[in-house]
Design a protein around this ligand. Structure first.
Ligand code: NAD
Ligand code: MG
Length: 391
């Protein structure tokens, strides 16, 4: 029996993870579930999976959740706060931690899981983007196993040989797939007046709001390129982004002999989740088989770097290195939140990120403290800029 903590259980990835777990209750037992909002969902999950702990972020949410659990006679203990999140990630009874909190808030508990030698399933790409160096240092000095959940990175992982450096294995390039998002084909002028509802309506994937907006701006692909550099120890120039609107080929690896390996499947996060949960074995995920006759065609095209400035900014952050990705990530989180609150326009997300990046003196973020300082400073600068431009 493997015991699992799910950080961000009430979100899109968290719910998909519980769906896979519910198909294999002889193999996996839920140790802890965490969530910041959607307390009814968290209460229902606790009732169904009977975890030892439920973690929320503040005392009043904890009181509300306790009331809900008492009404259903669920014995789960409710705790709260960042220390509690870290505690359920590093508990000696835990084998697997699913890191599915969105944004920088996921960094500390995910790092705790790494330091405590867990099998860590990483959906929370922002923690690697902002703190790749610190994260990889922690990984090297632990015996943790890090498995990518992001569908593209999980696909790349599946197409790479195990325990071999990429040069020895003859890897030439990583080809990172992108659907192009809901605004593919539009110009910046067309995108000026788009609403949060339109930005969150992804054509192929159903996801949380933040990553949906990132997919619409193509910032998501930039964050994923940085994520891939840290995960697979490659330079940005070794990764090509290919637009593939059907989201069936989740990414590819090109070898020096001309071979290109791809991983394909329906756009359903339960596939990468099941892959990583059971790795190196395989388990059923609940996803139906891919019917290539129904898929019929697979299209590929180059990314549009003129109308998607967020992607260009992320590529620039990847090239600059140091704490530029941390600044990019913090500014983007603040800007996306302001867009979702209708305080700025969609096209101003890139403006906020650009302004924050170009006014920052980059340094080497070789400690957690420096990463956190960068994050705070970049958030402050972005918030100040937004207060000047908001409508
Ligand atoms: P979501 O918004 O649906 O869920 C986020 C979860 O994190 C929720 O449980 C929420 O309560 C919790 N949370 C939010 N803010 C928090 C905070 N400040 N402190 C503690 N908990 C907090 O997001 P999602 O779509 O499930 O994405 C989660 C992560 O996985 C993101 O990093 C995203 O980039 C990544 N990811 C998601 C998908 C997908 O299909 N949804 C695919 C690839 C990668
Ligand atoms: Mg992805």
């Amino acid at each position: 029996m493997q015991r699992i903590t799910i950080l961000g259980a009430t979100g899109s990835v968290g719910v998909s993870t519980l769906d896979v777990v519910s198909r294999h209750l002889k193999k996996y037992e839920v140790f802890a579930l965490t969530g910041k909002s959607k307390l009814e969902t968290l209460a229902a999950q606790c009732q169904k999976f009977q975890p030892k702990y439920a973690v929320v972020m503040d005392a009043s949410s904890a009181e509300i959740l306790k009331g809900m659990l008492a009404a259903t006679r669920t014995a789960t203990r409710v705790i709260f706060g960042m220390d509690a999140l870290c505690a359920v990630s590093e508990d000696s009874d835990v084998d697997i931690v699913m890191a599915a909190i969105v944004g920088a808030a996921g960094l500390l508990p995910t790092l705790s899981a790494v330091k405590a030698d867990k099998k860590v399933l990483l959906a929370n790409k922002e923690s690697l983007v902002m703190a790749g160096q610190v994260f990889n240092q922690a990984l090297r000095s632990s015996s943790a196993t890090l498995l990518p959940i992001d569908s593209e990175h999980n696909a790349i992982f599946q197409c790479l040989p195990i325990n071999k450096s990429l040069s020895v294995a003859g890897v030439d390039k990583i080809l990172l797939s992108a659907s192009g998002g809901p605004f593919k084909g539009l110009t910046l002028a067309d995108m000026k007046k788009v609403t949060p509802e339109q930005a969150c309506a992804h054509p192929n994937w159903s996801m949380g709001n933040k990553i949906s907006v990132d997919s619409a701006s193509m910032m998501n692909k930039g964050l994923e390129l940085i994520e891939a550099c840290w995960l697979f120890d490659v330079n940005p120039v070794q990764i090509d982004i290919v637009i593939h609107p059907q989201s069936v080929v989740h990414s590819l690896v090109q070898y020096v002999d001309g071979s290109v390996l791809a991983q394909m499947g329906h756009p359903d996060m339960r596939t990468p989740i099941a892959h990583a949960l059971a790795w190196p074995e395989r388990i059923a995920s609940g996803v139906e088989n891919l019917n290539l006759i129904d898929v019929a065609r697979l299209d590929f095209e180059a990314p549009d770097l003129v109308n998607f400035p967020c992607l260009v900014l992320a590529l620039e952050a990847a090239r600059v290195g140091q704490n530029a990705p941390a600044v990019l990530n913090a500014a983007n989180e603040v800007a996306v939140e302001a867009f979702l609150q209708r305080r700025i326009e969609f096209t101003q997300i890139a403006e906020v990120v650009k302004e924050s990046m170009f006014n920052f003196n980059f340094t080497e973020p070789d400690s957690l403290e420096l990463v956190q300082e960068t994050d705070i400073e970049a958030r402050r600068a972005s918030a100040t800029y937004i207060s000047r431009i908001e409508r």
